[in-house]
Design a protein around this ligand. Structure first.
Ligand code: F6P
Length: 327
């Protein structure tokens, strides 16, 4: 008797905050799986979709045209329900009933924790880091970070034009949650005077002095980058600069969700392709409970148990470089 049961499928979902390049990663997952003769099921709305069974079959043409698009066409959520063990077990049952024998999770730090929990329930899981925050441990960089940085550069370059025309100091708030990576790199590549990040304690006095110093040295503008998780709020800094005599007037700009959108850069597309292919090949090779990440020039896998609930180290050299190059 021929076995006419469909082959088990690999599921794929995106979770947490969206990041440019998530679509490129989904495409890589789907097409790698198809190349190896596997079916793919797309899970909509992140872990909520796994609980609710909002599934759709994904063929090669279903992921056509999504490579250059920001966001995620599978949509994403931060699922409250998935934090509860009962819903997690329900999600595993839904996946099995749909014929999924493995799952690829694309997301940030919180999503890695979800993937680890699923692996603990016996589900075969591989994860791919995608978050503009770059707070995932176990990869040099996550999908979306490069695009977000390029968006920040474009915005700050424009703010500098108007800042110079009016002899102003601009305070620019970047995203990143509890991680100062975006702010530090933006500080270096945009030529900021000083950067405020969650990982390093700074005072209002430090900022006033840096801005005053820029004015003394004859600069036409001063840029201050403030990570959203820094202990000093950008609004309070603005008030402090307005009443202090720093030689510049001041304005503040919160870049907000602009940083999450846009077509992924070549770097992010390449990273998404490599991580997507690796995650599927690892699953097919029998690996589970791990994340595909960038390590130097290589793509490697690392156990989720080793990376969850870890705080990513910040490059102190890069942080110090902001001030050194601001002369
Ligand atoms: O994790 C990505 C991120 O953009 C953070 O930088 C930010 O703190 C948060 O998501 C914003 O979340 P939401 O889209 O729910 O406002």
């Amino acid at each position: 008797m021929p076995d006419d049961r469909p082959h088990p499928a690999i599921g794929v979902l995106t979770s947490g905050g969206d990041a440019p390049g998530m679509n490129a990663a989904i495409r890589a997952v789907v097409r790698t799986a198809l190349h190896h003769g596997r079916r793919v099921i797309g899970v909509e709305n992140g872990y909520d979709g796994l609980i609710d069974g909002t599934f759709r079959a994904l063929g090669a043409r279903d992921v056509g045209g999504i490579l250059p698009r920001g966001g995620t066409f599978l949509r994403t959520r931060r699922s409250e329900r998935f934090l509860e063990p009962g819903y997690r077990r329900a999600a595993v049952r839904q996946a099995a009933a749909a014929g999924m024998d493995a799952l690829v999770v694309i997301g940030g730090e919180g999503s890695m924790r979800g993937a680890h929990a699923l692996a603990g329930l016996g589900m075969r899981v591989m994860a791919i880091p995608a978050s503009i925050d770059n707070d995932v441990v176990g990869t040099d960089v996550s999908i979306g970070v490069d695009t977000a940085l390029n968006t920040i550069v474009e915005a700050v370059d424009k703010l500098r034009d108007t800042a110079s025309s009016h002899n102003r100091c601009f305070l620019v708030e970047t995203m990143g949650r509890g991680c100062g990576y975006l702010a530090v790199v933006a500080g270096v590549v945009c030529g900021a005077e000083i950067v405020l990040i969650p990982e390093v304690e700074s005072s209002v006095a430090d900022v006033l002095e840096a801005v005053r110093d820029a004015n003394r040295r004859g600069k036409a503008n001063a840029i201050v980058i403030v990570a959203e998780g820094a202990s000093i709020h950008i609004g309070d800094l603005l008030k402090a600069i307005e009443v202090a005599d720093v030689g510049f007037s001041a304005r503040a700009s919160r870049l907000g969700h602009i940083q999450r959108g846009g077509s992924p850069t070549a770097f992010d597309r390449m990273l998404a392709a490599r991580l997507g292919a690796k995650a599927v090949q690892a699953l097919i090779g029998g690996e589970s409970g791990a994340m595909a990440g960038l390590d130097g020039r290589s793509i490697k896998t690392v156990a989720l148990s080793r990376i969850i609930d870890q705080r990513r180290d910040l490059s102190v050299d890069d942080y110090e470089m902001v001030k050194m190059l601001a002369r």
